[in-house]
Every structure is written in structure tokens, then in C-alpha cells.
Design a protein around this ligand. Structure first.
Ligand SMILES: Cc1ncc(COP(=O)(O)O)c(C=O)c1O
Length: 405
């Protein structure tokens, strides 16, 4: 399906085949991740913004947006995955269960003494690396963080300020991941990467489990209201895979909401993999020039894709202005609605919803998605203004750097 410059692929719900199991991302397992996060002194549930005036304006029953800008003071959801993974890694090393390793034990001198000095290494567009640097810093451990070419200075400085040895490389995201892996292979560092590939699935699996905390919180905050539609933005597809898996497990595949995955058209590896639907992963290579920096990843996460292939309905490839529309709408609410400061990657889902509902040229897409006056929409604003200069350029001036509007 092609709706102008937005492209969509639809997967029919599978009923006759065995689906990729999602129990590990379901509500029971999510309790364990959430209990771990709750043990941190910074833990607070992030708000679920109820945008009633916007829902009315756009002609749907409700719109909720989970505001992850308030997560642990780090302006993005990613620390949920990084911290839970480092916790699990240490639990395994010490031969104990993660349930026996809450924050206060994790930072205790006995644990530190048993572990000695560890260096965690990763590649990041910003948010994941900040979560790893923050966790390593708390535990008195080291971190090395590689960022792709063109990464924002503010995002780099935020990571360096947490004591990480962080640098911007000349590589794209996926090659920066390979550089981080070399750090593991050559120096004995521990690679904590937020994407999986064949042979590297234990750590990213924990990262995905960590992300389920935000889905579990949102479910509780919805107080029994069941969303009919969930919109999730994807880089490698680990976050969307985890959250999609959570809801598929919670409601079951027959009853679950319509799940739509959105990506920038410059880095639409999940969309391309869905479009080809040939049992192989499809990559985007070279520079990926999108304002949605956190989504500029060219190689899908294997576990994430397996979940999305079997439990998601729509895959969308879209231009930057759609995310920019989301940022402006969330930052300038209608009277009565709360304000959500949402960064370029954070606003992608709501931006897509607004574009489909506001633009009469998207009628066919709106109907295909089944969006109407009874729709109850849930989006995740996964970051705040993590690059403030760029945020203002987009929201104030309606411009963004280096690539065309
Ligand atoms: C703010 C934000 N939202 C969404 C994502 C997408 O997550 P994933 O790469 O797991 O698809 C990222 C990834 O870095 C991100 O930083």
C-alpha cells in the first residue's frame, strides 16, 4: 500500500501457524523487570498523558501518550533496558537470581568487590549509551560508548558527563555496533548492545525485557481501558518488539489491539523486511539522514523482528515531516490537554497518527487501519528534547539541519 510518500505493508493475523513465543515479554515476566526498576531511588512511574481535546479534534475516542522524558532524569526510556541487562549480567556472574539483586545490593561494596573492574561497551545514537553510562557510573564501573557519524554534541556531552569514555566515530550506527563488538573481542569488555543478531541474543533479550516496564505501567494507568490501536516507532525493533510482545501476551493474538510499527524512510529496515517477507532480514546501508536519530538503524534486531513478524499488523515507512508534526502537536497542546515534550524519535508514533487523521489525502490508510470515532489510541513518546537545539529548530522554526524539509 502506498499513500503518497508514506508507505505501508499489512500482515494478516496468523492463526494457522505457531507464533513466535512472547511470554517472556508478557505481564508476569514484566513484574520482575518492574520490581528491579522500582528498587532504584530514581524510580517513578512516568506520566500517561491523556489527550482528550486532541482525541476530539481528530475524531477518535481517546489518545494516550506515555511520556518517557521523565524516566530516571535521563529524558528517554532506554535506561530501562540497559540497567536491567547489567543487573542480569551481574546476577548471572554471581550465580544469583535478578530477584535477589535489587539496587541497594547491586551498588554494595561486597558486590563491587566480588566483581572487580568491568568495562561495559556499546554503540548508541544517544539514549541507550546514556543509560549504560549512567548504570556503569552508579556501580563504579567503566563504560566505553561509540556514536555514529553526525551525532549531536549535546547527546555526546550528556554521556561523557556520566564518566563514560564516549566518542563520535566516522561510522554509521551498524558499523559503530561492529566497533563495539571488536572492543569485546579484543579487550575483554562486556558488550551491552540493544540489538540482537545470530549468536548474540542473551543480552538484547534482557534489554527487551527491561523495556516492558513502560508497557506494564501504561496498562495500569489505563485503568482497564483497552487500546484498539498501538503505534510504536522502530530503530532496530527491540523496543517495539518488547512492547508488541507484552500486549500480544496480555490480550492474546485474537483480541490484541492493531499494532503499527513506524520508521523513518531513510532507515526503514523493519519495513523492508516486512515488505520482502521472504524469511530474510533486509538492511539499509550507508548514511541514514533522518531527524529521528534514535531510529537511524539499518539492521533489524533478530528477536524484535521475530515478535513483530508474528504479532504486529502494519509496517510504515515515513518522511521526517511526520515526526516533526508529532513534536509540534505534543509540545503545543489544545486547551485542557497536558503538554508532552517529545523529541524527534519520541514523537514519530503520534506524528503518524495525526498525519493519518488530519490529512484527507490519507483516507485510504485511515480506513485500512480501522481508525474511527471508536478508536482508543496508545503511543509511546520514548524521549524528550534530547537534542535541545534541534528540538527548537524544528518546533520554533519548522526547520531541521542538513537534509531537506
Ligand atoms: C527515543 C527512541 N525511541 C525509539 C527507539 C527505537 O528503539 P529500537 O532501536 O529498539 O527500535 C530508540 C532507539 O534508540 C530511541 O532512542
Amino acid at each position: 500500500m502506498d499513500s503518497g510518500d508514506i508507505k505501508a505493508v499489512h500482515f494478516s493475523r496468523k492463526t494457522d501457524t505457531e507464533l513466535f513465543p512472547v511470554d517472556r515479554f508478557g505481564p508476569e515476566k514484566a513484574k520482575q523487570a518492574r520490581a528491579f526498576h522500582q528498587s532504584f531511588p530514581e524510580y517513578r512511574e512516568t506520566p500517561l498523558a491523556e489527550l482528550n481535546a486532541l482525541a476530539k479534534e481528530l475524531g477518535v475516542a481517546s489518545i494516550h501518550v506515555k511520556d518517557e522524558s521523565l524516566r530516571f532524569g535521563l529524558n528517554a526510556f532506554k535506561v530501562l533496558g540497559g540497567s536491567y541487562t547489567i543487573g542480569n549480567y551481574i546476577a548471572k556472574k554471581l550465580g544469583v537470581s535478578i530477584t535477589e539483586l535489587p539496587y541497594e545490593k547491586l551498588v554494595s561494596p561486597e558486590v563491587k568487590e566480588k566483581l572487580g573492574r568491568i568495562t561495559f561497551v556499546t554503540a548508541t545514537d544517544g539514549n541507550h549509551g546514556r543509560g549504560i553510562a549512567w548504570t556503569a557510573n552508579r556501580l563504579g564501573q567503566n563504560s566505553v560508548v561509540y556514536m555514529p557519524k553526525g551525532s549531536s554534541e549535546e547527546r555526546l556531552h550528556n554521556i561523557q558527563a556520566l564518566g563514560a569514555d564516549a566518542s563520535v566515530t566516522e561510522l554509521n550506527y551498524d558499523d559503530a555496533v561492529r566497533l563495539a563488538k571488536e572492543g569485546q573481542d579484543k579487550n575483554g569488555w562486556v558488550l551491552v548492545q540493544d540489538t540482537a543478531w545470530e549468536g548474540y541474543e542473551e543480552i538484547p533479550g534482557w534489554i527487551m525485557e527491561g523495556y516492558t516496564t513502560m508497557a506494564a505501567e501504561a496498562t495500569e494507568q489505563l485503568k482497564g481501558e483497552r487500546p484498539t490501536h498501538i503505534f510504536l516507532q522502530a530503530g532496530v525493533g527491540a523496543m517495539s518488539g518488547a512492547v508488541c510482545g507484552y500486549f500480544a501476551s496480555l490480550y492474546g493474538d485474537e483480541e490484541r489491539p492493531v499494532i503499527t510499527i513506524v520508521e523513518p524512510d531513510q532507515a526503514d529496515c523493519i519495513f523492508r523486511t516486512a515488505r520482502a517477507n521472504d524469511g530474510k532480514l533486509h538492511f539499509v546501508t550507508g548514511d541514514m539522514n533522518s531527524i529521528m536519530a534514535g531510529l537511524c538503524c539499518g539492521e533489524p534486531c533478530t528477536i524484535g523482528w521475530n515478535v513483530l513478524r508474528d504479532h504486529a499488523d502494519y509496517f510504515i515507512s515515513m518522511p521526517d515531516y511526520v515526526a516533526a508534526e508529532g513534536m509540534r502537536i505534543l509540545g503545543n497542546p489544545l486547551p485542557g490537554d497536558p503538554r508532552v515534550i517529545s523529541g524527534e524519535s519520541g514523537a514519530a508514533g503520534l506524528g503518524f497518527v495525526a498525519e493519518v487523521l488530519r490529512n484527507p489525502g490519507r483516507k485510504a490508510l485511515k480506513e485500512a487501519l480501522g481508525l474511527n470515532q471508536d478508536s482508543r489510541i496508545l503511543c509511546f513518546s520514548t524521549e524528550g528534547d534530547t537534542d535541545r537545539e534541534n528540538y527548537r529548530r524544528i518546533v520554533w522554526d519548522g526547520l531541521w539541519p542538513s537534509f531537506e524539509n
